[in-house]
Ligand binder design. Structure first.
Ligand code: PMP
Length: 434
């Protein structure tokens, strides 16, 4: 270990000037991050960490990818910013690259991140249908702005109840089934029946959209059973409702396909994206739309836009990132990591440690559901998760934890040996839990 860097001290001191997201002011996070490369991070004291969080599950291509860095630098010198509706080649190329990862979509609307992508998808669905209501899952996260946070099903919507028309239902989650189901088929069938009943009770002709994450991420990496998304598609079609799939976290290779819904063969009307589209090198997000939605905006202008929509640096980073993902076969590698290393490795950990109640996920998108008792499936309390996080950090593993869960979500570019090293650290940390 190298000697402490004065920049670390200074960073901690200046931290008082920031009210951090989701934080009480004055609670300093002792973890400083000075530098990142690939799947590694270094703090100001020179300690090295393997990033098993991908930060906020967004650095799919890893840190400091030379090709993306170079594209941003070149673009900054050429044209760093330009008004939103201006024609610019880099913008067009970014849209073209995004549309090359998904079938049958016609255009892209750019935003600054995920929440405003969801805002705009909801707005598009409302304008397209002339209706207001949006059905989403209780177990979901869609962002922290007006309509997006109202669509969010968890506690984060409290205090933001000004956007009306948000209706929630339970999505499928067999391990903690709301439907007393005993198989994935039953869970799927009953969750669809429940969604259908909610829509019928509310009035089908009042719904603009069904908005769900293709794989609910923050809520616990709840890979839907086969047929669920297709069932929602049919429900939407029956009532003229727009199907919005939120792929902000699950998209761009995270699950081992470009988009998580491609595992299910379902055709959405709108898809929201952010995070993995350029791995967060420049903030960006957006909405991908099908032709029939675009038609609505041939007849009337979309009543909204953002100064930085289609930002040239974001556009350049998207082009470079998608090209690199394709040429380096990064999506295929994520599928391999899930199928051959993380999936079997985490299942083996669950055999050794009774605190792991369930392992679920695919690709580089896994959750360990931690339980105090395997028979009752009672979640562990927060102190267990806090202790586990400490044990992992001490061992140079950056974790991602939510409620009673540890999410194992490394950058998709993680090498096989690093993935195995992470599994070994997890094994040690679980063994050390008191
Ligand atoms: N949708 C989903 C599925 C997300 O996971 C997130 C962020 N975790 C968002 C939307 C919001 O994205 P952002 O934080 O970029 O606004």
């Amino acid at each position: 270990m190298t000697s402490p860097d004065p920049d670390g001290e200074r960073a901690r001191e200046l931290d008082r000037l920031i009210l951090h997201s989701w934080s009480k002011h004055g609670t300093t996070n002792p973890f400083t991050v000075a530098r990142g490369e690939g799947v590694r991070l270094w703090d100001y004291d020179g300690r090295e960490y393997l990033d098993f969080s991908s930060q906020l599950v967004n650095t799919n291509i890893g840190h400091a990818h030379p090709r993306v860095v170079e594209a941003i630098q070149r673009q900054a010198a050429e044209l760093a910013t330009v008004a939103p509706a201006t024609t610019n080649l880099r913008r067009g190329e970014a849209a073209e690259r995004i549309l090359s990862t998904i079938d049958d979509m016609a255009a892209v609307f750019f935003t600054n991140g995920g929440a405003d992508a969801v805002e705009n998808a909801i707005r598009m669905a409302r304008i397209h249908t002339g209706r207001a209501k949006v059905l989403s899952h209780y177990r979901s996260y869609h962002g922290n702005t007006g309509a997006a946070v109202n669509a969010t099903g968890d506690h984060r919507r409290v205090g933001n109840e000004f956007s009306t028309g948000h209706v929630h239902c339970f999505g499928p989650f067999l391990y903690r089934s709301e439907f007393w189901a005993e198989s994935e088929e039953q869970e799927c069938e009953r969750a669809l029946q429940h969604a259908r009943r909610v829509i019928e009770a509310e009035g089908p002709s009042t719904f603009a959209a069904i908005l769900v994450e293709s794989v609910p991420g923050t809520a616990g990496i709840l890979v839907p059973p086969a047929g669920y998304l297709q069932g929602l598609r049919e429900l939407a079609d029956r009532h003229g409702i727009v199907l919005i799939l939120d792929e902000v976290m699950a998209g761009f290779g995270r699950t081992g396909r470009w988009f998580a819904h491609q595992h299910d063969g379902v055709r959405p009307d709108l898809v929201t994206f952010a995070k993995g589209v350029n791995s967060g090198y420049v903030p960006v997000g957006g909405v991908i739309m099908a032709e029939h939605i675009l038609d609505t905006f041939r007849e009337r202008a979309i009543p909204g836009g953002l100064t930085y929509a289609g930002h040239p640096l974001a556009a350049a980073s998207i082009v470079a990132s998608i090209d690199a993902m394709r040429e380096e076969r990064i999506v295929e590698h994520a599928a391999h990591l899930g199928a051959d290393i993380l999936g079997p490795g985490l299942a083996a950990l669950a055999e050794r440690h009774a605190v792991i109640g369930e392992v679920r996920g695919r690709g580089c998108f896994w959750a360990l559901d931690l339980v105090a008792d395997r028979a009752t499936r009672e979640p562990v309390d927060a102190s267990v998760v806090a202790q586990l996080k400490g044990l992992l950090m001490e061992r140079g593993y950056v974790p991602f934890a939510a409620d009673n869960r540890l999410h194992v979500v490394p950058p998709l570019v993680m090498g096989d040996d690093d993935a195995r090293a992470g599994l070994a650290i997890l094994d040690e940390a679980f063994a050390a839990l008191s």
